[in-house]
Design a binder for this molecule. Structure first.
Ligand code: JHZ
Length: 395
């Protein structure tokens, strides 16, 4: 039932920034995408072993991103007010920007990256360094009982076995409880041509349509959906147990999202064939654009050493002959080489951007924040390059 539609070539672990000495042993895999005719789910054809991606060396610290910290504070306040949970579990709690908005004595975190679960443990939260699955769910139920709110951001789409994942949620959720999770939206990816939402960690890119099908099979139903602007367009999905009287009525948003996706054709294979053609055109055009700029003696750097830019650079074949370096605000990434492309990652404050002509937006999802921060670069004649929604330069 699974039909292949996209081949993004050989890709490395998207968040495995490396030292020069590690290049010879760098791991690559074939990044191909498939569409499941039955559930309508879009997934990677072959998954990467979770332990290779999510371990004590994981480099994406959510708490270093002020916009995301604000986003999670708002989410926590809203959920607290709307559902008044007496117990909260976060799946994939990273370094704690969501869970730390709740009281320690009602909260539990599950996070497979030991560097991060240690951080929340040090802050006094019950933290388990485990992957989310049925076994973990049973263990938490034994120690902490059922949960009123189970929350997860940018993590459920990382979980390869969704049936096990959702069964594990259903068995831990209290009868009137809610499961709320947010992940990048497939519809926004298709509309914007942002194929860089696809990398090793994103085992799936979710539509509401596919989630609706898979959650139902596992004893859960969607009752609300929020469309969010974070991470280039995400959906926050609200889920409950069916046939249990509760205040959580099925909302218009749920139906609107399903309709909008149907209208776009997320349930049809042809839509993905059209997307694949757009991705190929985007690659050709980006390479033409960067090649021409270099040919004319222009210097190019990149801002944001993202998982997304790992996909773009490796799919297009971009290396340090085209892009001099990548600036990134995360200390753990600085001084290392970007996965696959081996472009050096440097501290933003160690370089004078005004010495360069063009800056590619690896973190295009923070376009406004970056453009605002880098006003001087533009005033001195610098220009940005982005590939979303199409290849363009702007200032
Ligand atoms: P950002 C992450 O992907 C990883 P990435 C993760 N696995 C996931 O699933 C998705 O999010 C949804 C830097 N930066 O958030 C900080 C600057 O240098 O787009 C970050 O390293 N200057 C959880 O990696 C990176 O860019 C700036 O001004 O694609 C942003 O990474 C700003 C604003 C950011 O996620």
């Amino acid at each position: 039932m699974k039909k292949e539609f996209l081949d993004l070539g050989k890709q490395p672990i998207a968040n495995k920034f490396l030292k020069e000495s590690e290049i010879k042993d760098e791991f690559f895999f074939d990044l191909k995408m498939v569409f499941d005719e039955e559930t309508k789910l879009v997934s990677m054809k072959e998954f990467v072993k979770p332990e290779m991606m999510f371990n004590d060396d994981y480099k994406y610290n959510t708490s270093l991103s002020t916009p995301m910290v604000n986003h999670f504070k708002e989410a926590a306040d809203m959920l607290n007010k709307r559902f008044k949970p007496k117990s909260v579990l976060e799946i994939g709690s990273n370094d704690g920007p969501f869970i730390t908005n709740f009281d320690r004595d009602i909260s539990v975190c599950v996070e497979p990256c030991g560097n991060f679960s240690l951080k929340t443990a040090h802050m006094g939260y019950q933290s388990y360094t485990y992957f989310w699955n049925m076994e973990t769910s049973k263990m938490i139920k034994n120690y902490h009982g059922e949960m009123d709110l189970i929350y997860s951001a940018n993590c459920i789409c990382h979980i390869q076995d969704l049936n096990d994942c959702f069964k594990a949620v259903a068995s831990l959720l209290s009868d009137g409880g809610v499961f709320v999770f947010e992940d990048p939206s497939l519809l926004r990816m298709l509309e914007r041509g942002s194929y860089d939402q696809i990398y090793d960690e994103h085992a799936h890119v979710f539509s509401v349509t596919a989630l609706d099908n898979i959650l139902r099979k596992n004893g859960l139903i969607i009752f609300d959906v929020d469309n969010l602007s974070v991470h280039g367009g995400s959906n926050r999905i609200y889920v409950k147990k069916p046939n249990i009287p509760s205040d959580n009525m099925i909302t218009l948003n749920y139906y609107k999202n399903l309709e909008e996706e149907k209208e776009f054709g997320v349930d049809k294979f042809e839509t993905y064939e059209i997307f694949a053609k757009r991705v190929k055109d985007s690659k050709d055009e980006l390479m033409r654009c960067l090649g021409n700029l270099r040919h004319n003696g222009k210097s190019i750097i990149s801002i944001g050493a993202t998982s997304k830019s790992t996909t773009v650079f490796n799919y297009c074949g971009i290396d340090s002959s085209l892009i001099d370096f990548i600036t990134d605000t995360t200390p753990d990434k600085q001084g290392l080489l970007a996965p696959g492309s081996h472009i050096p990652v440097v501290d933003r404050d160690s370089v004078n951007l005004n010495d360069y002509d063009y800056a590619f937006l690896g973190a295009w999802n923070f376009k406004d924040v970056i453009a605002n921060k880098e006003r001087e670069f533009v005033e001195k004649g610098g220009e940005f390059i982005t590939h979303v929604p199409k290849i363009m330069t702007f200032s």
